[in-house]
Every structure is written in structure tokens, then in C-alpha cells.
Design a binder for this molecule. Structure first.
Ligand SMILES: [Zn+2]
Length: 181
């Protein structure tokens, strides 16, 4: 684990707050207060709509909790946190391509971070007021599954000053067939 002193203040405070003694109950409470909507903010249906019973049967319990109940995996434990492999990251629920290794960067925040999605229409962003904070949630535009959140203005030095903070467990990496750099 890197030095906590180098973390953006807001992320550190968020992490401590989320993963304190009551983290589990807060997360559960938030999930129940703010169930996964079946429509986009525009009121349209997601292109892929499946009964929750099917998602529950297909995904393992941890995947289901993050993807379909908008949970958050613990920091620094996700399989793609520090991954440098060249390739494409797809939605672990539906397989839609979402991010590429080209925009992945070292945020030291404990979750995979990208400064841009693969394409603007690959994801949708929804204002999230759960847990008493205003954040912008990121979901798969194809199936509506929860991916993470996007933060702006943290001055990581990337071209657009954005950080898509995405749960590893929401993604599946397909390594590129091209030679690794
Ligand atoms: Zn999806």
C-alpha cells in the first residue's frame, strides 16, 4: 500500500468514511435506499434488461453486490488496481467494452482509475446522493450495472482532469493481441 499522505484529501476521507467500523451497514443501507433503477436518467430503458434473478444466478455474490446493488469493493484488493496490461476492459455483467488500458493511470487511490471511457456512449453518469454525499455514479450504458464513480478537479495531470474510479470486480480485462509495450 502506498503512502496515505499522497492521496487526494477527498478520496482518503471518503475511503475512511466508507470503510470505517460501520462500512458494511452503511453500504447495505445505501443499497436499499437507492435501488438500481431500470431506466436511464432520460427515462429510457437500458438496451439490455434482464430479471435480477438471472443476474443473481450468473454473477457470484461479490460481483452481484457491486454490479447490481451499487456496492463498492474494498480498496487495494481488486485484481486490476495496478494492472498495466494492454487491453480492453469490458463490463463483467454484460460484456460491453467500456475502457481501455490507454486511459488507465496510477491514481494510488486503491481502485483502477481511468481518465476517459472507451467512448462517451459506453457509460452513463448519474448523480448519486447516497451516503450523504454528492457523487457522480458511473454505470454501464448497455445493462445499467454499477461500475464506480467519476471525480473531477483532482489535478492528477491527465488531459481532462477526470478520474473514473472503477471497481475491478465490475470489469473483465481482455489483453490485446498486439505486442505489449
Ligand atoms: Zn454492462
Amino acid at each position: 500500500m502506498g503512502s496515505w499522505n499522497t492521496f487526494p484529501r477527498s478520496v482518503r476521507e471518503l475511503t475512511e468514511w466508507l470503510y470505517g467500523a460501520d462500512a458494511r451497514s452503511f453500504a447495505d443501507m445505501a443499497a436499499h435506499m437507492d435501488p438500481m433503477p431500470s431506466v436511464t436518467p432520460d427515462g429510457a430503458s437500458f438496451p439490455l434488461v434482464r430479471p435480477e434473478s438471472e443476474w443473481r444466478a450468473e454473477l457470484n455474490p461479490d460481483e452481484y453486490h457491486v454490479l447490481r446493488e451499487a456496492g463498492t469493493e474494498r480498496p487495494f484488493v481488486g485484481e486490476y488496481t495496478d494492472t498495466k496490461t494492454v487491453g480492453t476492459y469490458a463490463c463483467r455483467a454484460c460484456g460491453a467494452d467500456l475502457f481501455t488500458s490507454e486511459t488507465k493511470f496510477d491514481s494510488h487511490c486503491g481502485w483502477p482509475s481511468f481518465w476517459s471511457p472507451l467512448a462517451g456512449e459506453a457509460i452513463i453518469e448519474i448523480e448519486d446522493r447516497s451516503l450523504g454525499m454528492r457523487r457522480v455514479e458511473v454505470r454501464c450504458a448497455n445493462c445499467g450495472s454499477h461500475l464506480g464513480h467519476v471525480f473531477e478537479g483532482e489535478q492528477y495531470g491527465n488531459p481532462v482532469d477526470l478520474r473514473y474510479c472503477i471497481n475491478s470486480i465490475s470489469l473483465t480485462l481482455s489483453p490485446s493481441a498486439l505486442p505489449q509495450e
